[in-house]
Design a protein. Structure first.
Ligand SMILES: Nc1ncnc2c1ncn2[C@@H]1O[C@H](COP(=O)(O)OP(=O)(O)O)[C@@H](O)[C@H]1O
Ligand SMILES: [Mg+2]
Length: 407
C-alpha cells in the first residue's frame, strides 16, 4: 500500500536497514505499538524495490503480508495468508478460498516454499507478535528452501531464529516528532502552519512540550494533533500535562512508552461521542479492515442506525482512529494495531461481542455465497481480488462459525 502521508525523519534508520538487508536474509523490526515499525518496514521495502529496479535487476517482487488479523495460527494458516498475498494459488479447485477448512492442508508451507524457490523475493511480514512461533517456523522453512528470499518482519519481539538481525525502532527524534505533529495538526486545523518555525515562542514551547510528553511516538502524536483544532496547542499541552500527572500515579508497572500510548488512546476515546465509540469498537471485529458495506452491516445495531455509520466512520477517520486505504471495492477502513487492540478490549467490556460477531459472520457468509458462482469464467478477476482482500475476514467468520457449531 502506498502511504498517503510523507515519511517524516527515519533517514538514518533507512540507511542502516538497507545495509542490514544487503547482508542478512532475516531482519526483524521490533518496538512498542505505534512507534512506526510498519511504516518504516514499508518505506524500507519500497526503497529496496526502487534501488533494484534502478540497478536494472530483475526482482520477482517485494510484498507486504499483513498478519495483524490472525489471532492464532499454525504455520499453514500463515502460509495461506502469504500465498494469497502473492497470488499463488493451489491447483486443486476450491470453491471458496479462505473459507473452506480444507485449504489449510499441512503441506501448504512446503508448497509455498517451492513456489518461492527460484524467485528473488522480499517478504515484509507485518505484525508477527500474535503468531510469533508460527511465523518463526514458517520463516525458517521458507528461508531454508528459497535461497533468493529475504524477510523483513515486524513485531513487538524478535522471531528468535538463528541469523536474525534485530533492529530496534526508536521513537522519532525530537525535531522529527515536532515535524510530524505540525504536519498532522496543519492537515486537520485550518490556518495552522506546517512550518515548525512559524508559531510564536510560547506556541513553539507548547508543541515541544507535547512532543516530549508523548515520547516521540508517532501514533500518539497523530492522535493528539487531531485535537489542535478544538484546543489550540497551548491548551492541549496543559491538558496533556494534567493527564499524565494523573496517570503516572494510576498505572505504574507498564513500560513508559506503552503507558503513553494507552493514555493517549484513552483520552481520544473519552472525547468520542457514544455512537462513535460504538462504531469504533464494532469495527474491531474485522480483520484487515473492511469496506463500507461491511462496516454498515457489522456496526449498525443497538445504538447506531445503518445510515449513520458512514458519517460516524468519517468522524473516526478525522480523529486518526480509523485509517482509509484503497481497496478493490472502494475505500477500506482499518484500525491500526494498537487502536484495534484497545477497541477490542472495549468491545468485550461494553457489550456482548457475540451479537457483533454474528453480524460479521452473516455478512461474510453472504459474500462468500455471492462470490461462489462467479469464481469461474469471465468476470472472476474482480471477485478473486475481492476475496483476497477479505481473506482475513472470511477466516475470522469461519472460526466463528466453527465455534458456534461446537458450542
Ligand atoms: N516516520 C513517520 N512519518 C510519518 N508518519 C509515521 C511515521 N512513523 C509512523 N507514522 C504513523 O504513525 C502511525 C503508527 O505507525 P505504525 O507504523 O503503524 O506503528 P507500529 O507498526 O509500530 O505499531 C501510523 O499512522 C503511521 O502512518
Ligand atoms: Mg504495525
Amino acid at each position: 500500500p502506498v502511504p498517503l502521508t510523507p515519511l517524516v525523519g527515519r533517514r538514518q534508520a533507512l540507511t542502516d536497514l538497507s545495509r542490514l538487508l544487503a547482508n542478512t536474509r532475516l531482519v526483524t523490526l521490533t518496538g512498542p505499538g505505534g512507534v512506526g515499525k510498519t511504516r518504516l518496514a514499508v518505506a524500507a521495502a519500497t526503497a529496496e524495490r526502487d534501488s533494484a529496479s534502478q540497478a536494472g535487476e530483475l526482482v520477482d517482487g517485494v510484498w507486504l503480508v499483513e498478519f495483524s488479523g490472525i489471532r492464532a495460527g499454525t504455520p499453514a494458516d500463515l502460509a495461506q495468508v502469504v500465498a494469497a498475498t502473492l497470488g499463488i494459488r493451489d491447483d486443486a479447485p476450491r470453491p471458496l478460498p479462505g473459507i473452506s477448512p480444507f485449504t489449510t492442508t499441512p503441506s501448504l508451507p512446503h508448497r509455498l516454499a517451492t513456489a518461492l524457490r527460484d524467485r528473488r523475493t522480499l517478504l515484509v511480514l507485518d505484525n508477527c507478535e500474535h503468531v510469533v512461533d508460527a511465523a518463526a517456523e514458517l520463516t525458517d522453512l521458507l528461508l531454508r528452501t528459497a535461497p533468493g528470499l529475504r524477510v523483513l518482519a515486524t513485531g513487538q519481539e524478535p522471531l528468535g531464529l538463528a541469523g536474525e538481525a534485530m533492529f530496534l525502532v526508536e521513537p522519532l527524534q525530537p525535531a522529527d516528532a515536532v515535524r510530524l505533529f505540525m504536519e498532522r495538526a496543519a492537515a486537520s486545523t485550518p490556518g495552522f502552519p506546517r512550518d515548525p518555525d512559524a508559531p510564536d515562542e510560547p506556541e513553539r514551547r507548547a508543541v515541544a512540550e507535547i512532543c516530549r510528553r508523548l515520547d516521540g511516538i508517532p501514533l500518539a502524536l497523530e492522535l493528539a494533533a487531531t485535537r489542535v483544532r478544538a484546543l489550540g496547542v497551548r491548551e492541549l499541552a496543559v491538558r496533556l500535562n494534567d493527564r499524565f500527572r494523573v496517570l503516572t500515579f494510576g498505572q505504574r508497572g507498564a513500560p513508559a512508552r506503552q503507558q503513553t500510548l494507552r493514555a493517549v488512546i484513552d483520552w481520544s476515546w473519552e472525547l468520542l461521542g457514544a455512537p462513535e465509540r460504538i462504531v469504533l469498537r464494532r469495527l474491531a471485529a474485522h480483520t484487515d479492515g473492511c469496506d463500507l458495506a461491511a462496516a454498515e452491516a457489522v456496526c449498525a445495531g443497538e445504538g447506531v442506525a445503518r445510515d449513520e455509520v458512514l458519517d460516524l466512520v468519517t468522524r473516526l477517520v478525522d480523529r486518526s482512529l480509523v485509517v482509509v486505504v484503497a481497496g478493490p471495492t472502494g475505500p477500506r477502513y482499518r484500525l491500526l494495531e494498537s487502536v484495534a487492540a484497545y477497541a477490542t478490549e472495549r468491545l468485550h467490556e461494553m457489550e456482548d461481542p457475540t451479537a457483533v460477531r454474528d453480524r460479521h459472520l452473516l455478512h461474510y457468509r453472504a459474500l462468500a455465497e455471492q462470490a461462489e458462482p462467479r469464481l469461474r469464467g469471465a468476470g472472476q478477476r474482480p471477485w478473486l481480488a475481492r476475496l483476497d482482500a477479505e481473506a482475513g475476514n472470511l477466516r475470522t467468520a469461519l472460526d466463528e462459525a466453527v465455534r458456534g457449531a461446537g458450542a
